[in-house]
Structures are given as structure tokens and as C-alpha cells.
Design a protein around this ligand. Structure first.
Ligand SMILES: Cc1cc2nc3c(=O)[nH]c(=O)nc-3n(C[C@H](O)[C@H](O)[C@H](O)COP(=O)(O)O)c2cc1C
Length: 372
């Protein structure tokens, strides 16, 4: 055990990745969060199976695990073998995961996902076309079971249909509760459906879900309220990515748009806000760069930072009070015992990119922990 001199014990205010954190009703033993990561390894019927149980249990020492994006409906799916949370078999599969993570003394939130237009008829029910706020075909191609295919022009949701999608999120949240999760995170980032509504490159609607920033934030707020109605707001996190251009998305003034959205979210008393932070290479057409300090200023609750953090940068951001929690994606993917490696200052395994989004055990459950 480390000897604490009186000066050091007085200095217990220094916050770092090893400091515990009270997240609403949850006690997190450290501030090293596992970021959500799609791994395309669900079983038949998009049901989590034993391989997925092993993967998450290996990472149970995280302060909090956020699962891979999990579709709330068949229409919300964009890629092969991503798990769902809309039927009884999927709930039962996830229950095996949550029970095993809890038995290993971990905590786990489910990430609720609808991809909107980032999909393809090959993964849509009856080979149908995906839905979106507006009928705008994304640039580029999507990976399908038959290889890369061009995106298609999506169906613009009718106003009345939007209510049905909000209901899908509500049911997904209710199912996550049945599956024994500790809470849920809404995937509002990275060019998927919630982000498609928020940003004006993908939302050209003229009804109450389009036009002003407040109207474009309406879908996010209605979905978040529906989820919080199932869980209680303090067990709900929201993930946003103000400037990430991934999936052909942009906003003409992200700082202005996200200031409005966060102002609305502030009223809900949520567990946390999770930001995929801007990179210097992200294009910003107009307005202030909405970096993590911007969100610290405008957000009234727990703030989780993400993107490109290592131990040193995470500790600096926590110490300076810029964030309360830090999430790590690729480092957690490759290092199941990441908190212990941080504690010991141990070397890190390198992530193997070819096995990120497909395959079986290799590159999934075979990254070694310290000591073998
Ligand atoms: C393999 C992989 C899958 C990902 N899947 C998701 C996902 O399902 N949901 C999500 O919000 N972000 C997803 N991301 C983005 C990460 O959560 C994170 O924002 C990004 O990798 C930057 O964090 P890092 O620098 O710690 O890796 C994924 C990233 C990777 C590498």
C-alpha cells in the first residue's frame, strides 16, 4: 500500500482516472469508462451470445461500460450482426451479459441506437428502404454482407411516423430495464438518426422537427424524455458529436445548434452528457468551435469526454475539472484490464483494426490481460 503523508492526504482533492465518482444512484470505482463500440459479433437473430458475455466480462473493471450501439427496431439497423433490444430473445441474451458483468462487480449501460439513413435494404425488414428526417442520399458506400454498396435515398419520415420512432426508443429503453442494465445511453452522435435530425445538412424538414435549431432538437428531446420516463433521468446518458463529419453529416453552425440542444437537455436532470470531441480536422463552417470546454460552460451536469485520450491527457482533463469522466474506445478494445494497466503504468496492447467490425474470437476476446 502507498504511504500517504499528511500533505498527500490533504491533497485528496486531486482528481484523476482512479478517483471514484457518484453517477446519480451509481457508485463508480474509477473514472475510466469503456466507450460504446460496434463489434458485429451478435448471434443469429441479432441476439447477444456467450462470446459477447466473455467480451464484456473481461472489461468489467471499467468505471462504467457503455455497450455497442444496439438497434431499437429492425428498421434501426445499419450493419450485419449488430445486436438488437426489440424482442424477447435479445432481452434474454443481454440478460446473460448484465448478470455476468454484475457478478464481476461491474456496471453496464446499453447504448440505444437507430441508424436512420446509414443503412441498406439488405439489412432492412423486407428489403425496404431506410428512414431519415429528409430524403437525402448519403455520399459514399456502406459495408454489407455482400461487400461495399452505395447508400440509397431514404424515405423521409412523415410527421406522424416520427412519433412511432420515438415509441421504438421508449420500448428499447423498457426492454433494457428488463435485461438488467444499470441505465442507458442514447446514441445521438456520429451521423445516425438523432444526429440526422439535429444537423441542417441532413434535416431539411418544414414541420415541427425541422428549420430552427429548437425544432431540429425536438426529436432528441422527445426521445430522451421517453427514455427517461422508463428509467428515471439520472440513469440516462446522451451522447452527442457536434462536429464529427463521419457518415456525411455537418451543421452550418454547430455551436449554435448544440447550445440550443443542450439548453433543452439541461432541463431533464440527466445522468450525463457524453461528447465525441471535435478534432482539429473537423470542418466548422461558422461559429465558435464547440470543444469540451464549451460544453463544460453550457452543460449543468456530469460531463464525459471522449476521443483520443490517453492516461496523461485524461488525468489532466479530470484534474483541471474540464470533464468528470473520460471514455476510451480503442484502448479498452485492446486492453480488457485498462484500469489496472493505467494503475501500474504498464505497456498497452495495440488495437488490431482488421478485426474491429467482423469476425469471431480473434481480435475480440483474445487480447491478453497483464500476466497472461
Ligand atoms: C470499433 C469501433 C466501434 C465503434 N462503435 C461505436 C458505437 O457503436 N457507438 C458510438 O457511439 N461510437 C462508436 N465508436 C466511436 C467510439 O466510441 C469513440 O468515440 C472513438 O473511437 C474515439 O475514441 P478513442 O479515441 O478512445 O478510440 C466506435 C469506435 C470504434 C473504434
Amino acid at each position: 500500500m502507498r504511504y500517504l503523508s499528511p500533505a498527500m492526504t490533504q491533497n485528496t482533492q486531486t482528481i484523476d482516472v482512479f478517483s471514484p465518482y457518484r453517477l446519480g444512484p451509481l457508485h463508480l470505482p474509477n473514472r475510466t469508462v469503456m466507450a460504446p463500440m460496434t463489434r458485429n459479433r451478435a448471434g443469429p437473430g441479432d441476439v447477444p451470445g456467450p462470446l459477447n458475455v466473455t467480451y464484456y466480462v473481461q472489461r468489467a473493471a471499467a468505471g462504467l461500460i457503455v455497450t455497442e450501439g444496439t438497434q431499437v427496431s429492425p428498421q434501426g439497423q445499419g450493419y450485419a450482426r449488430t445486436p438488437g433490444i426489440y424482442d424477447a430473445a435479445q432481452v434474454a441474451g443481454w440478460k446473460q451479459v448484465t448478470q455476468a458483468v454484475h457478478a464481476a462487480a461491474g456496471r453496464i449501460f446499453l447504448q440505444l441506437w437507430h441508424v436512420g439513413r446509414i443503412s441498406h435494404p439488405s439489412v432492412q425488414p423486407n428489403g425496404g428502404i431506410p428512414v431519415a428526417p429528409s430524403a437525402l442520399q448519403p455520399a459514399g458506400q456502406i459495408m454489407t454482407a455482400q461487400g461495399l454498396q452505395p447508400f440509397v435515398t431514404p424515405h423521409a419520415l412523415e410527421t406522424a411516423e416520427v412519433v412511432g420512432v420515438v415509441e421504438e426508443f421508449r420500448r428499447g429503453a423498457a426492454n433494457a430495464k428488463l435485461a438488467g442494465f444499470d441505465g442507458v445511453e442514447l446514441h445521438g452522435a456520429n451521423g445516425y438518426l438523432v444526429d440526422q435530425f439535429l444537423k441542417d445538412k441532413t434535416n431539411r424538414r418544414t414541420d415541427r422537427y425541422g428549420g430552427s435549431a429548437l425544432n431540429r432538437a425536438r426529436f432528441l428531446i422527445e426521445v430522451t424524455e421517453a427514455i427517461a420516463g422508463e428509467w428515471g433521468a439520472d440513469r440516462v446518458g446522451v451522447r452527442l458529436a457536434p462536429t464529427n463529419p463521419f457518415n456525411d453529416i455537418a451543421d452550418s453552425n454547430p455551436a449554435a445548434t448544440f447550445a440550443v440542444a443542450v439548453n433543452e437537455l439541461n432541463r431533464l436532470g440527466l445522468g450525463y452528457l457524453h461528447i465525441v470531441e471535435p478534432l482539429p480536422s473537423d470542418p466548422i463552417a461558422a461559429g465558435e468551435k464547440p470543444d469540451i470546454r464549451f460544453f463544460r460552460r453550457i452543460w449543468g451536469g456530469t460531463l464525459m469526454g471522449n476521443k483520443g485520450y490517453d492516461l496523461e491527457r485524461a488525468n489532466a482533463a479530470l484534474r483541471d475539472g474540464i470533464v468528470d469522466l473520460v471514455s476510451f474506445a480503442s484502448l479498452f478494445l485492446a486492453n480488457p484490464d485498462l484500469p489496472e494497466r493505467f494503475r501500474r503504468g504498464a505497456a498497452l496492447n495495440a488495437p488490431d483494426r482488421p478485426t474491429f467490425y467482423a469476425g469471431g474470437e480473434k481480435g475480440y476476446v483474445d487480447y491478453p490481460a497483464l500476466g497472461g
